[in-house]
Design a binder for this molecule. Structure first.
Ligand code: COA
Length: 321
């Protein structure tokens, strides 16, 4: 038994911020950003919240699948930038959608979050616990980015993507792998709250994203192709048989490096980071939705999805569309 994706959706905040716009905030240039990252612009919230964006993407995924919210049994939201500690974003989305029959909870694996949520849904369905799931990756990273730090503020964007999946007897997801290495967590970190109570007053490092860009880059180019090879072996297939590699959209040079290591043509690696930047857990489902709506995903195509990021976390799955 497996799961297949039968509907996709995505929503971005209205405001688009170009590299040129960022030159008014920090000492940078369009040329530097494009050359080092491939990013040209990104969408930034002017008030849209994570749950609002996630709910909107979920509504579109349900409409694409021809399903109603009341049919959803499992509702997962992958995010590392919720507005609230409690309640979870998934419960807020459940309320917005009226998905009253679903169990709803969040999952945080940073940029690998959507992929980990998809794999979690598969495990629940395979165990016979639920028959379908609505899974969103949603972020408003602009509130955890230091807009005076040119090393990070140029990279990230806000948005949400979602998929509706249901049980299938054959094809669908063919294999997945997931990894985490908490010992390297310091290379990409963002503190949330300081410990302050009547008995303690401990200051935190920074409420904004802190990153060692070179370390993250090296990790991604080394670890991600190894994870993809591992999942290809597990699924009994080869890179040459894969039609599209839908990767986390962090940096075009990372994607090029991964393509090179897998000895695959770069044309098999669709990108949208030039328009949306790095949206963490929203990156893969937004790109999937764009590909789906552009008619680039045909039934029977073999895809690899792969997410990687803070934690460190990384993983991949192979699926037949
Ligand atoms: N504009 C202009 N110059 C910049 C800049 C910017 N936005 N950001 C950094 N620089 C400068 C640095 O200060 C440094 O200057 P110096 O040599 O005078 O000290 C120089 O550019 C090189 O900086 P460096 O950090 O070594 O650049 P880089 O080639 O490693 O590129 C990243 C930086 C962040 C683009 C790159 O490391 C990267 O993309 N890493 C992965 C990050 C990522 O994807 N994170 C999310 C993972 S999910």
């Amino acid at each position: 038994m497996s799961i297949k994706i039968v509907g996709t959706g995505s929503t971005l905040p209205e405001k688009c911020v170009t590299n040129e716009d960022l030159t008014k905030l920090v000492d940078t240039s369009d040329e530097w950003i494009r050359e080092r990252t491939g990013i040209g612009s990104r969408h930034v919230s002017t008030g849209e919240t994570v749950d609002e964006l996630a709910a909107s993407a979920c509504e579109k995924a349900l409409a694409d699948a021809g399903k109603s919210a009341s049919e959803v049994e499992l509702l997962l939201v992958a995010t590392c930038s919720p507005e609230c500690g409690i309640p979870g974003v998934a419960c807020q989305v459940q309320s917005r959608l009226g998905a009253s029959n679903a169990v709803a909870f969040d999952l945080n694996a940073a940029c690998a979050g959507f992929l980990f949520a998809l794999n979690t849904a598969w495990a629940y369905v395979e165990a016979g616990i639920y028959r379908n799931a609505l899974i969103a990756g949603a972020e408003v990273l602009s509130k955890i980015v230091d807009w005076s730090d040119r090393g990070t503020c140029i990279l990230f964007g806000d948005g949400a993507g979602a998929v509706y999946v249901e049980k299938c007897d054959r094809d669908g997801m063919l294999g997945f792998v997931q990894h985490a290495d908490g010992s390297r967590g310091e290379v990409l970190r963002c503190d949330s709250r300081a410990l302050k109570n009547p008995y303690a007053d401990v200051s935190m490092k920074s409420p904004y994203v802190q990153m060692d860009g070179r370390e993250v880059f090296a990790f991604a180019v080394r670890q991600v192709p190894a994870g993809i090879q591992e999942v290809l072996d597990k699924a009994g297939t080869e890179a040459d048989d894969i039609d599209l590699f839908v990767l986390h959209q962090a940096n075009y040079r990372i994607i090029e490096g991964i393509a090179k290591r897998l000895k695959q043509d770069i044309s098999k690696f669709p990108v949208n980071l030039d328009r949306v930047g790095n949206m963490s857990s929203a990156a893969i489902p937004v790109l999937l939705d764009e590909l789906n709506r552009a008619g680039r995903l045909k039934r029977g195509m073999k895809l690899v999805l792969s997410g990687f990021g803070a934690g460190l976390t990384w993983g991949a799955c192979v699926l037949k569309w």
